[in-house]
Design a binder for this molecule. Structure first.
Ligand code: UDP
Ligand code: MG
Length: 331
């Protein structure tokens, strides 16, 4: 079991953030000091190829509130957050991006709400600075689609910047699914939720680690992990098409028997063929998405692999089974 007993845990997932991470540490420290309560800063290094891990290792030797969880490779943002929760010891846990797009000062407002009794406090961005038109539009579309396709109420315009109570964290740790859409899971578990509004800043330095390809796979995870609707739509579309095909079949049979205009039908046969082949492939794709996820779950591999944990104290995850190995630094 963990030896730490702290009030707040701040989880910072980072992937190639060497340009910002020192500043992030300073800003977080400045803000957390104002609480006048104990805290820990958990940096999860998600397989960065730069010096992010080295910078945090250095900080961990000087500051005993700093913990580095170093993944063996890149496992993805959502899994990095999950690992942070596994290691967090605080009574309240705050998740914040490494790039200072989520202003650390907002954490104080979240803590205030938590003290009023809310168990989940999420940050709602009322404005996004320095993000492309494309990013904003796709984000908006994504939240629309998510609402349409699932029954989980993920509040619009929220990211993973949020505070959760110890109780919520413990429940989330019990959810073992592999395709993790953390903010969906947090909505799904319920509890008393509140929001604080903030203006999303520009990235302090570096570039986004969510290119289009990753955004699409993120959206697919989000929707398929909370809804069977795509499968159901596939079924409906299949039925509708069969119905119309049957009617057309009757027409064709009628023409063959009672008229002599049949060989004029070449074009329509080709057209229908192309159309239906297309639709069948789409429907197979939808089914495949789900089967792929069932496959992921059934392999039962650990969510992530930790190369080492660097901290001045004896830090062990509160849920042990996900971690292949760990080692404490010698300081
Ligand atoms: N991140 C991560 N693993 C990844 C991609 C991103 O831990 O594979 C971290 C990243 O370092 C940052 C946060 O997740 O702290 C959000 O990523 P980013 O700022 O690139 O996304 P955006 O703000 O552009 O949506
Ligand atoms: Mg960012």
């Amino acid at each position: 079991m963990s030896t730490r007993s702290v009030m707040y845990s701040v989880i910072v997932p980072m992937y190639n953030e060497e340009e910002v991470i020192t500043t992030t540490f300073e800003r977080l420290t400045e803000v957390m000091k104002q609480t006048k309560e104990s805290y820990e800063l958990i940096f999860v290094n998600d397989g960065s190829k730069d010096d992010s891990a080295a910078i945090i290792t250095e900080l961990a030797t000087i500051h005993d509130e700093v913990i580095l969880i170093d993944f063996s490779r890149n496992f993805g943002h959502q899994i990095a957050i999950t690992a942070g929760m596994d290691y967090a010891n605080g009574q309240a846990i705050i998740i914040i991006d490494a790039d200072l797009q989520d202003p650390p000062e907002v954490m104080l407002m979240m803590i205030e709400k938590w003290k009023q009794g809310y168990e989940v406090v999420y940050g709602k961005r009322i404005k996004r600075k320095g993000e492309t038109w494309f990013k904003k539009t796709t984000a908006k579309l994504f939240y629309r689609l998510l609402r349409m396709m699932t029954n989980v109420e993920v509040p619009t315009d929220t990211g993973d910047f949020r505070l959760i109570d110890r109780k919520v964290c413990d429940v989330l740790k019990g959810l073992k699914e592999k395709n993790r859409f953390v903010r969906g899971l947090i909505s799904w578990v319920g509890f008393k939720q509140a929001s604080v509004e903030f203006i999303r800043e520009e990235r302090f330095a570096g570039v986004t680690k969510y290119p289009l390809k990753r955004m699409v796979s993120f959206a697919l995870d989000a929707i398929t992990s909370f809804s069977y609707k795509p499968l159901r739509i596939a079924t409906y579309v299949g039925f509708a098409i069969s119905f119309f095909s049957f009617i057309y079949l009757l027409v064709v049979v009628y023409q063959r028997i009672f008229t002599d205009s049949t060989e004029a039908g070449w074009a329509s046969i080709i057209a229908l063929n192309l159309l239906f082949n297309g639709i069948i492939l789409i429907l197979l794709g939808v089914i495949g998405e789900y089967i792929g996820r069932i496959y992921d779950e059934s392999k039962n591999r650990p969510l992530y692999i930790v190369r080492e944990v660097v901290s001045q104290e004896n830090t062990t995850p509160s849920t042990g089974n996900r971690n292949m190995e760990r080692r404490e630094s010698d300081e």
